[in-house]
Design a protein around this ligand. Structure first.
Ligand code: ZN
Length: 392
């Protein structure tokens, strides 16, 4: 694109936008995370602070040690369960005033109860997206665009290579794979993050097609979500005493790390698959050594991120959690006043396909396209949180 084109685009875009507020103090970043000085609270802080607004229960957003927690009603049970802390709650859209800042939560569509946090003061509005997905699924409250002056957006999949198929198509692909395995008397083991992804699959696939077994980590989250009123199809927890031969052709929802472990032996000649946005990358698919890779993410894809940014009408957009440097550059090219926040847990915030050694990552990415290589590298950096369900 020529500079003149860029200039025209920028000018056109700027007219449609809500001008940035001349209030840099409304939101800032400390060594603990994103901070609202006027309200005296942090949002998804990574180190202990007095008061934390927490967008959702994934481990890179909900950290232990905060003096007080505030989260959306639907996200609180998981946060309480995981951290063992009291959590104050707000309904979506319900305002609360904290130190002169009016705070509201709006659905982010990442996991049940996941919120975009909005703050308003003296006519200036900011929104911190947390993790979000713009396409609706059958589990989480659908993403809601919120008009604001400053939008802090995640960009886990902020490269044009990441484009998701529609929800129904993605779920149909899983159904077809399971049906094929059932017909051959094989168990289907599907690796998916224990918080959010596993339950979204349960809600989205044809669950009546056969028995569904679950890894303990998945079933624990199922129990928390069922207790808060979410309806999930019946599942059977895999315990040492369970005779899995009694469930031929079953679907097994496992954590990604269980797939490569001794836990798998009980299922014999099973077919294996992963459900993750990273499955869009050939290198990662190969390295995961599963029979199938389903490109299913609880984050927005490239189009989703751009649509969300546009829908806010914000003139100032800050990239965080993901490809922050390149997404910031892209935003600048589109005429936004752009910035970036590197979080302490940037690597872990990604929907990482499980811990791997750096050597493996490098060797495997050699033959990839530049974008894939970059994505693979970033996606596996500091992936240690995958075990805890941190990464989508
Ligand atoms: Zn998340």
């Amino acid at each position: 694109m020529s500079l003149a084109d860029r200039g025209r685009l920028a000018a056109g875009a700027a007219r449609a936008r809500v001008p940035a507020m001349a209030r840099p103090d409304l939101l800032t970043v400390t060594d603990r995370g994103i901070f609202c000085p006027a309200g005296g609270f942090h949002i998804d802080p990574w180190r202990p602070v007095a008061r934390a607004l927490v967008t959702h229960g994934h481990a890179d957003h909900a950290r232990p040690g905060m003096g007080a927690y505030l989260a959306a009603e639907g996200a609180a049970p998981v946060i309480r369960h995981r951290l063992g802390v009291p959590v104050q709650t707000l309904r979506f859209g319900e305002p609360v005033t904290i130190g002169g800042v009016t705070v509201r939560f709006h659905p982010a569509g990442n996991v049940p109860g996941s919120a975009q946090d909005q703050g308003e003061r003296a006519g200036g509005v900011w929104v911190v997206s947390g993790d979000y997905k713009t396409e609706a699924d059958r589990l989480s409250e659908p993403f809601e665009p919120v008009r604001c002056h400053t939008f802090v957006t995640e960009c886990t999949f902020g490269l044009p290579v990441f484009r998701w198929r529609p929800e129904a198509e993605a779920m149909a692909a899983v159904d077809a794979w399971w049906a094929e395995n059932r017909a051959e008397g094989r168990v289907s083991v599907l690796g998916a993050y224990a918080l959010g992804k596993a339950q979204r699959l349960l809600a989205g696939i044809d669950a009546g097609a056969g028995p569904i077994l679950t890894h303990g980590a998945v079933e624990t989250v199922n129990a928390v979500l069922r207790a808060q009123g979410l309806r999930l199809p019946p599942t059977i927890r895999v315990t040492p005493g369970l005779d899995v031969r009694a469930y031929p052709g079953a679907l097994v929802l496992a954590t990604p790390s269980a797939l490569g472990s001794a836990w798998m032996r009980r299922f014999g000649r099973a077919s294996t698959a992963f459900a993750s946005g990273w499955m869009a990358l050939r290198g990662i698919r190969r390295r995961r050594a599963a029979d199938r890779g389903f490109v299913i993410s609880d984050h927005a894809d490239w189009e989703g991120l751009n649509a969300a940014v546009r829908a806010t009408g914000a003139a100032r957009v800050i990239a965080t959690h993901g490809y922050t440097a390149s997404f910031r550059r892209w935003l600048e090219e589109q005429g936004y006043e752009a910035g970036a926040i590197e979080t302490e847990f940037a690597g872990e915030s990604l929907e990482a396909p499980e811990p791997e050694t750096e050597a493996e990552t490098e060797a495997e990415t050699e033959a990839e396209t530049e974008a894939e290589a970059e994505a693979a590298e970033t996606g596996t950096a500091g992936a240690g949180a995958a075990e805890t369900g941190a990464a989508e």
